[in-house]
Design a protein around this ligand. Structure first.
Ligand code: ZN
Length: 509
């Protein structure tokens, strides 16, 4: 049999090439996962060299002249582009290819190397709560991010921040986010203040349970499995900063973290990452590995999946009426006095706090807005890296009314900047907004959802998400996906209504 010719042939060569590049990239995913879960501290220099070499190889492959030729040949063929799925693939490939070819390989290599080393420097600096040890690395990261954004922007105008954000949330613009966030803040601030003044403002302060870590791990696995996470195609490990790595078809890795007396936090982390993992496992990777069709629509959509399981499911009464007996079976005496109501209140306690990942659903977005403003200002050079702790602490005081005691619990708490992920934070708040809107829609479509969740049955929910979100990969933009799944464009209203509906009765406001 002869090989197909013309545009079909070019498309096959293109997708074949992409698959091989994706295989190479998946080796990078394993390295990234290992760096957080198993690599010894002294391995960081070698790891930096490994990821720099691998990133260079990937970048060289992506920017091979043949890729441009095949792509152009496919784009010019009306028969090929009449296929909607192929057209979507080609559109994103062009988008990504144009970005890739604007970056010199030397810069890609330098960024990969610096990020790997900065990550280790951040880890040490955070441990010691010593911002001055991380500051030179942060300066490098922002300088390289600026160079990258300038290369990508080329001769066109526009904000450098938008160019970086495009990698995580295609189509998002800082100016419009500023408006959305401003509106959200004006709804959240009075709600949080009202909760603070409420007579029952200490609701949920009591429920704590101490469980040995190995049992927490077992319980976390049981819950993740029950939600639908396939452990034959994934695993769950421990890391300082929980994450999910979608390595490739048949391999999705989750991490979580445990502390003996903070089981609810650990379970939240696990459910969050399992939400990401369910999305990764639901993407059509077997069929389209290496193609945009097998990738997430955006990080905002990715985060909507994690937040939906973590918060909308994991902080609900129906969930706990199923999960509490499991917890009691595992924890024995320690959890004997808990009731569904006491756990529900404990996991929905609203209190301004220092750490983003431990914050409640209401104050969480204030943490994001702070990071969005600060990284945008840093990138624009509005203040120096050395002034970051001061700026951070002042904003925490203004926005959340808390005093930051040290940089470990202040500007050193997040991993993102050390990895060069500038422009990433806004996707978290977008994720919350998307999640609320999806939740409203899935409940409208499934009136029996609460009862199902109360029985520990999550199939209908997962099926709905698979159908509306997962299986489409990047076929639609985040905005289109939202509109198709829910019938309306993204709005903050479902999120605000959800919070008011939940906290009103808890706090008697
Ligand atoms: Zn997440």
């Amino acid at each position: 049999m002869s090989e197909p010719e013309g545009a079909r042939g070019a498309y096959e060569k293109l997708t074949g090439e992409l698959r091989e590049t994706a295989v190479l990239e998946s080796a990078g995913s394993i390295l990234a996962w290992d760096q957080e879960t198993g690599m010894p501290a002294r391995g960081s220099e070698l790891r930096a060299a490994q990821v720099a070499t691998l990133s260079t190889l990937v970048h060289e492959r992506r920017t091979r002249p043949e890729v441009e030729q095949w792509l152009a040949e496919c784009e010019a063929d009306p028969e090929l582009t009449a296929d909607e799925a192929i057209a979507a693939n080609l559109r994103w490939l062009r988008h990504d290819h144009d970005r890739d070819t604007k970056l010199p390989t030397s810069l890609v290599r330098e960024i990969a190397r610096t990020n790997a080393l900065a990550l280790q420097a951040w880890r040490n600096a955070r441990e010691a709560s010593d911002f001055s040890a991380f500051a030179p690395w942060l300066e490098k990261v922002f300088a390289l991010s600026r160079s990258k954004a300038e290369c990508l922007r080329g001769g066109e105008g526009g904000e450098l921040y938008d160019v970086l954000m495009e990698e995580y949330e295609p189509g998002a613009e800082a100016r419009s986010l500023e408006r959305v966030f401003g509106e959200l803040r004006s709804d959240l601030a009075p709600l949080i203040a009202e909760i603070g003044r409420a007579e029952r403002s200490d609701a949920g302060a009591g429920a704590r349970v101490s469980i040995p870590v190995p049992r927490q791990m077992e319980l976390s696995r049981r819950v993740a499995e029950r939600l639908g996470f396939d452990f034959d195609a994934g695993r769950l490990d421990v890391s300082t900063h929980p994450f999910c790595e979608g390595v490739g078809p048949g391999d999705t890795r989750l991490t979580t973290r445990f502390s003996e007396d903070l089981f609810f936090d650990a379970l939240s982390s696990t459910m969050h990452e399992a939400g990401h993992g369910l999305y990764e496992q639901g993407l059509p990777k077997e069929e389209h590995f290496g193609q945009p069709l097998a990738e997430a629509a955006s990080l905002g959509i990715h985060e909507s999946q994690s937040r939906l399981w973590e918060n909308f499911v994991g902080r609900s009464r129906p969930f706990w009426s199923w999960a509490l007996p499991l917890l009691q079976e595992s924890a024995g005496e320690a959890a004997g006095s808990l009731t569904v109501e006491s756990v529900f209140r404990a996991v929905n306690r609203v209190r301004p706090s220092l750490i983003r990942v431990e914050s409640d659903e209401a104050t969480y977005n204030l943490h994001i807005m702070l990071r969005f403003d600060l990284e945008r200002a840093l990138l624009a050079g509005d203040f120096a890296v050395a002034d970051l702790p001061g700026e951070w602490n002042e904003r925490m005081r203004q926005d959340l009314g808390v005093e930051v005691p040290d940089d470990r619990r202040g500007c050193l708490q997040d991993i993102h900047w050390s990895m060069g992920a500038v422009g990433y934070f806004p996707t978290y708040t977008l994720g919350n907004l998307y999640a609320a809107q999806l939740w409203e829609a899935v409940r409208a479509d499934n009136p029996g959802l609460d009862e199902e969740i109360g029985r520990g049955e999550f199939g209908a929910l997962l099926g709905w998400l698979r159908d509306r979100i997962h299986r489409h990969g990047r076929r639609f933009t985040a905005a289109q996906l939202c509109e198709r799944a829910t019938g309306s464009p993204l709005s903050a209203a479902p999120f605000v209504n959800y919070l008011k509906g939940k906290y009103g009765p808890i706090y008697g406001i």
